[in-house]
Design a protein. Structure first.
Length: 571
């Protein structure tokens, strides 16, 4: 056994050395596949540029490393008052991680379209290979159903909360019963070293980026969130490489469905630094203003993807400092301890297949081997290191895009079984015993004054509940003063001491609403195209205030060509 294990490590080490020399990046697939036989967790060294990255060149099928599927396809949307939102970034990022792990464990070398599937982590949802481009949409639909994406009509329910996404990952891993078994670890406010440890051990991570704003009056407020997948970490220079379901900075594809071919990726590079928000929080420098305007990201992700289900998020305060902060990491990967126990138990069973006891009575049963497990555990986070912050470098280029895959049509939805509570424990009544003479209890001993201070229980007084700060809500409707018609896309802003503190835009019915405002006297400014600007003072106390605004707008005139005017005049 020891000789076999040593030979495995020698072969794996030679394979890694050759792969790093040829590809210039750590080859994690050889040690990871050795884990199927009970190997230790794979470790990787940084490549020539300092990156710890998930392995590429997986023939079936992740030739460019972690896939970079796009969330803007199909019907992965939900309706909001200001228009539809793309909401499936959580299931899309998780699908990329599971796809890469399935390719890592796959022993075959035949890429799609030829069908070759011996690993059940990603299954084929139709008459095609499990890694074919047309398998992406049903895979995402399956994960979205498990994660309860867009679970309600409420704006706060759009997207996916991280707790549901973790449960979906555990449910999918348990149903797949992969070998080695998978674990799902949820790490809140991860440090750079924790992210590097996950990537270096061949465990992809789904990151929840929380969009936070800071204002002198309101302080730090969360206004939305977005899921991405972690492809690589540079722990020395403080950089990360992301597979972003919504944005492609390194290489723009020819349409969102082109990314369904795992060979086409855009791994975007961002520099991370400690945030000024209290607590060990990392933020991505320049992510919110990558093009000088955060409107594109906020227009889609404002109010989406909370850390815990039911969280309340604030409206965007125009002009406030914005940060994309790493709130949590969902790390999915092989359970090397379980794999090692499985291999040890199997070896022991083989060595003692039919042992005969000394007394010759029967045979000893073979030891049981543990089955597939999928756990969700919360790991403690450590203080993030203060890393150097050089300029970010562009990501790797993309390969030639493949032709657009066909729409698989309706996608099956799967729901995870709800765990049932165990039945209450029942205790058998004690057997009756013989009667015994009654014993008069003796009085309790007098406490020793020298030991009273150490043996007595100190009563604690519970702190009085604190009253949460009062918040206000301003809602209303914008109409044309002349026609009484609602005005859509009107800009609504609140100013405090001549500084913008909140922003909203009216919907097609002229309605707007701004929540979570501290009590104060604000200046309300409203304007729309072709209308005069309206300003008034509004005093907000605790609760909701409704304000209807009428704008003076110019009447619309249609200028007809001279020929049409002459025809109408009967000339």
């Amino acid at each position: 056994m020891a000789t076999s294990r040593a030979s495995q490590y020698v072969v794996a080490a030679v394979w890694v050395a050759v792969a790093v020399g040829v590809a210039g990046r750590p080859a994690l697939d050889a040690p990871a596949r050795a884990a199927d036989s009970g190997g230790d967790p794979p470790t990787a060294t940084a490549d020539a540029d300092g990156w710890l990255r998930l392995a590429a060149s997986l023939p079936d099928y992740a030739p460019a490393g972690l896939p970079d599927f796009d969330q803007r396809q199909g019907r992965w949307q939900a309706d909001a008052p200001d228009g539809p939102r793309w909401t499936h970034d959580g299931p899309v990022a998780l699908a990329a991680a599971l796809w890469w792990l399935d390719s890592l464990f796959e022993p075959g070398t035949v890429p799609p379209p030829e069908e070759s599937d011996s690993v059940s982590l990603v299954r084929a949802y139709g008459p095609w290979d499990d890694h074919a481009p047309q398998n992406v949409r049903p895979l995402v639909a399956d994960l979205a159903a498990r994660a309860r994406t867009d679970g309600g009509s409420n704006l706060l329910a759009m997207g996916t909360c991280m707790s549901d996404l973790a449960a979906a990952a555990a449910s999918h891993a348990a149903d797949a019963a992969s070998s080695p078994p998978l674990t799902v670890d949820l790490v809140e406010t991860p440090s750079l070293s924790e992210l590097a440890a996950a990537t270096g051990s061949g465990r992809p991570a789904v990151l929840l980026l929380g969009f936070w704003q800071h204002h002198s009056v309101a302080g730090w407020q969360r206004i939305g969130g977005h899921y991405v997948a972690l492809e690589g970490v540079d722990p020395a220079l403080g950089r990360v490489r992301l597979s972003d379901p919504f944005r492609d900075v390194a290489a723009a594809p020819e349409g969102p469905t082109a990314h369904n071919d795992a060979a086409l990726v855009s791994h975007d590079v961002w520099r991370v630094s400690p945030s000024l928000r209290p607590g060990p929080v990392l933020w991505l420098e320049g992510y919110m203003d990558a093009h000088g305007d955060p409107t594109e990201m906020l227009a889609n992700f404002q109010g989406l993807n909370s850390l815990a289900c039911g969280g309340v998020q604030a409206p965007w305060i125009y002009g406030a400092r914005l940060e994309a902060q790493v709130e949590a990491a969902l790390v999915v990967g092989p359970d090397h301890d379980a794999a090692r126990q499985t291999a040890t138990a199997a070896a022991g069973a083989a060595a003692t297949a039919t042992p005969t006891p000394p007394d010759g009575s029967g045979t000893a049963p073979a030891p049981e081997t543990p089955g597939a497990t999928a756990e969700v555990t919360a790991l403690p986070s450590e203080e993030p290191p203060v890393s150097e912050t050089p300029e970010a470098t562009p990501g790797a280029g993309a390969t030639d895009p493949a032709t657009e895959p066909a729409d698989p049509g309706s996608t099956p939805s799967a729901t995870a079984e709800e765990p049932t509570d165990p039945p209450p424990a029942t205790h058998a009544p004690a057997e009756p015993t013989a009667a015994t003479p009654a014993v008069t209890p003796s009085p309790p001993p007098t406490p020793d004054p020298d030991t009273t201070a150490t043996t007595s229980t100190t009563a604690t007084v519970a702190p009085e509940p604190t009253t949460p700060p009062a918040t206000c809500q301003l809602c209303g409707r914008v109409t044309d003063r002349r026609s009484r018609a609602p005005l859509a896309a009107a800009d609504v802003r609140l100013l405090l001491d001549d500084e913008p503190v909140a922003f909203a835009r009216s919907d097609e019915l002229g309605r707007f609403c701004i929540s979570d405002l501290p009590p104060a006297t604000y200046s309300l400014a409203v304007w729309a195209a072709g209308c005069a600007r309206h300003e008034q003072a509004v005093e907000l106390h605790e609760g909701r205030l409704d304000v209807d605004v009428e704008l003076g707008c110019r009447p619309t005139r249609v200028l007809l060509p001279s020929a049409h005017r002459a025809a109408r005049a009967g000339r």
